[in-house]
Design a protein. Structure first.
Length: 175
């Protein structure tokens, strides 16, 4: 199973081991590569961020992540509990201006005092540093996370994992 940065597959992997009694191989996949990894068979299913081609993939929405703005620790935004996106309109958004950067590189750039970056909260936590802070942003769409797999795949392991995602336990009446 693939998973994108910031998504934590631990609880589902643990449930898989308990119920299926064999390991689940976890493979890190970049968001830009999530559909390719499924198409080329590197992963059978993937915890994805954002949308996927619904003509090609099944998708079970799991949750939506709160967007946050990452700023240097001395930035005025740190005085607020949350901020509206409109208040950030004049700021230099590192990822918008330099989309070739990874989130880690963008946060390093913010730490150096150059701009801000708006990312899902899990990515801000993943790349946490002492020289930056984050605050929730309103007025920005939340980032959806879901489980995706190829529509053409009909696999008992995928079906078993879908059951785990949907909360079935070893004691559930469905198998």
């Amino acid at each position: 199973m693939g998973f994108v940065p910031g998504v934590m597959p631990d609880k589902w992997e643990r449930a898989w081991r308990e119920q299926v009694r064999r390991p689940l191989e976890l493979v890190g996949v970049e968001v830009a590569d999530q559909e390719v990894a499924l198409r080329d068979g590197r992963v059978d299913m993937c915890l994805v961020r954002g949308q996927v081609d619904r003509d090609v993939f099944h998708l079970i929405p799991l949750y939506r992540e709160v967007p946050v703005v990452v700023v240097p620790t001395e930035h005025p935004v740190t005085a607020y509990d949350e901020i509206d996106a409109a208040e950030l309109a004049d700021e230099y958004d590192v990822l918008r201006e330099q989309p070739q950067l990874t989130v880690k590189q963008a946060i390093e750039t913010v730490a150096a005092g150059t701009g801000i970056v708006v990312v899902p909260m899990s990515l801000a936590r993943l790349h946490r540093r002492k020289d930056v802070e984050s605050r929730p942003v309103t007025g920005v769409e939340e980032s959806p996370v879901g489980l995706a797999w190829l529509r053409e795949r009909d696999d008992p392991d995928i079906a078993a994992f879908i059951g785990i995602i949907r909360g079935r336990t070893a004691r559930s009446s469905r198998s």
